[in-house]
Design a binder for this molecule. Structure first.
Ligand code: FE2
Ligand code: FE2
Length: 335
């Protein structure tokens, strides 16, 4: 489907789903004895099928299994690969501190190994590097010197559309969460020179079970929410709290340089909450199909004018009529 351009930016070249910290368990067990994590992953994958433009790839940024159980990897692989097949999308995995290298590599890649799970992939000119930041037996992360050298060697040759680096432990400070300082990625100052000035356009991480956005060596860092459960950051005196709420995934969009008349190549990371709260406004896609054939000026007239200042009153009346909402009293505000 080719969609009309409504604003300054054309469609992104790459649309990639970012899923993290699924923490699946074997035998129907619950995370913390309370959270059924598999349905949350199913819901996340369902959401991808409801997007106007489906993702070209799904990236899973680690902690696939809560206890490193083979059963959990089998379920994760089956669910994610089935969704990817429906979407005609590729799948790229990274390992996290809850994962077990042998079970992860055996089930996900069919090649059992206890070596660092570093991999390089290519998606239509975009390089995707999956970097293993785990230290087996621990929750904090670190990179072996050999891994930094390996990464430096990979990045020495720029890829056509740049690189997305996937690493479970986010290289960021966590200002609201001192507990996570204990399980952070060590040696960040040694990694920065490897990435600074490289073609890496985004770093995708997880691990924290809440979203945090930062930059590292001048590169945007997007640590995704977990699909399993969410860390409580304003815990009213609690040192550590987890809620079975607030789960989300994200979409990474990579635009070409020159998009919107900008020299830079924009990168965005958009959160998609899994919550199924009451839907209070609902317009159908077919109603919006008319927008595709309009001029930009017509769309502006229809959707951008403030209702109180629209002299002919057409702006929001059209949407209300199209939706059959008939609410009349309180036209929806947009923008
Ligand atoms: Fe996790
Ligand atoms: Fe983690």
């Amino acid at each position: 489907m080719t969609l009309a351009q409504f604003g300054q930016y054309p469609a992104p070249r790459f649309a990639i789903a970012h899923i993290s910290d699924t923490h699946l368990l074997g035998g129907g067990a619950l995370q913390f004895g309370a959270v059924d994590t598999a349905p949350h992953l199913r819901r996340a994958l369902e959401l991808l099928g409801d997007l106007e433009e489906p993702p070209q790839a799904i990236i899973v940024s680690g902690d696939v299994a809560d206890r490193g159980e083979r059963d959990a990897y089998l379920v994760a692989k089956q669910l994610v690969e089935a969704a990817a097949a429906r979407l005609d999308a590729r799948v790229f995995w990274a390992i996290g501190n809850h994962d077990d290298r042998r079970a992860y590599s055996s089930v996900i890649f069919g090649a059992e190994s206890d070596a660092p799970q570093d991999r390089v992939h290519e998606l239509d000119g975009l390089r995707i590097v999956s970097l293993d930041t785990t230290l087996p037996g621990h929750h904090h992360g670190e990179l072996e010197p050999g891994q930094r050298a390996w990464l430096q060697g990979i990045l020495a040759t720029p890829a056509e559309h740049g690189t997305v680096l996937v690493m479970h432990h986010p290289p960021v400070p966590m200002a609201l969460d001192r507990i996570s300082h204990v399980i952070e990625l060590d040696g960040q100052s040694e990694l920065a020179p490897v990435l600074r000035g490289s073609d890496v356009r985004a770093i995708l991480s997880g691990h924290l079970h809440y979203p945090i956005y930062s930059s590292f060596a001048g590169i945007p860092v997007f640590a995704a929410s977990a699909t399993c459960s969410t860390m409580e950051l304003a815990g009213a005196g609690r040192t550590y709290g987890v809620r079975d709420a607030g789960q989300a995934i994200a979409m990474l969009h990579l635009f070409d340089a020159g998009s919107g008349g900008m020299a830079e190549a924009p990168v965005t990371h958009t959160v998609l909450p899994l919550a199924q709260a009451p839907l209070v406004v609902a317009h159908r896609f077919e109603e919006f199909a008319q927008l595709e054939s309009m001029t930009h000026g017509q769309r502006r007239t229809l959707l951008s004018r403030h209702p109180d200042r629209d002299r002919d009153g057409r702006a929001h009346a059209w949407l209300d009529a199209a939706a059959g909402a008939g609410s009349g009293d309180a036209p929806a505000q947009r923008g």
